[in-house]
Design a protein around this ligand. Structure first.
Ligand SMILES: CC(C)(COP(=O)(O)OP(=O)(O)OC[C@H]1O[C@@H](n2cnc3c(N)ncnc32)[C@H](O)[C@@H]1OP(=O)(O)O)[C@@H](O)C(=O)NCCC(=O)NCCS
Length: 169
């Protein structure tokens, strides 16, 4: 796949980006492939209908990451409410991980929220999800709470993470 490029060291987020990856608004035709990635990424995946419902939701923002050939390699969904936003879902296709796609998607979401005046972002993450927790920590998300038994298959606590707009600035 594409080569890896790195932003200038002076960039406070020091984002590693995968060359050839594009991020664009999600289209209805993306949903079957997104649902396939979802089924591989989560033990309790959203059905395709959830993606379709959120596409029609006035407060959602859905982004799709594509590779050089236009294939879908990831997605990120946020829900906005007043000056706050929630990362509702983010995943990278298993074969495309550790190439900076998740970071690109998260940075894109953060930029969108902050450009619109958002001051805080939240999300829930399985306590055992070390990959996602490392990604979020790298973007300034910090634990602010715990929801006991929040997840199914298997039952597990969720950590609630928050990122303020000033994080890492
Ligand atoms: C979490 C997820 C989206 C990360 O996507 P990705 O495209 O592989 O992430 P990136 O390549 O952009 O990684 C960015 C940073 O996240 C961290 N990270 C990602 N995967 C990691 C892993 N397996 N172990 C430790 N750290 C990891 C690292 O800090 C990494 O930076 P580095 O590669 O310079 O070390 C991906 O693992 C995934 O889809 N998981 C299943 C779905 C999921 O758990 N979503 C989150 C729900 S809350």
């Amino acid at each position: 796949m594409g080569s890896i490029e790195r932003r200038a060291a002076s960039d406070p987020r020091d984002v590693v980006t995968a060359a050839g990856i594009s991020i664009r608004p999600t289209l209805a035709v993306d949903v079957p492939e997104m649902a396939s990635i979802e089924a591989l990424a989560f033990s309790d995946p959203w059905p395709a209908s959830s993606f379709h419902e959120l596409l029609a939701h006035p407060f959602s923002r859905m982004a799709t990451a594509t590779d050089e050939a236009g294939g879908i390699v990831g997605y990120c969904i946020i829900l906005r409410a007043a000056d706050e936003a929630e990362i509702a879902n983010i995943a990278t296709a298993p074969g495309a991980r550790r190439r900076g796609i998740g970071a690109r998607l998260l940075d894109d979401a953060i930029t969108a929220v902050e450009s619109a005046g958002g001051v805080a972002m939240f999300l829930e993450v399985r306590e055992s999800n070390t990959a996602a927790r490392a990604l979020y920590a790298s973007r300034g998300f910090a634990a602010v709470g715990r929801r006991r038994g929040y997840y199914r298959h298997p039952v597990e606590d969720a950590l609630v993470l928050r990122r303020d707009a000033t994080a890492l600035e």
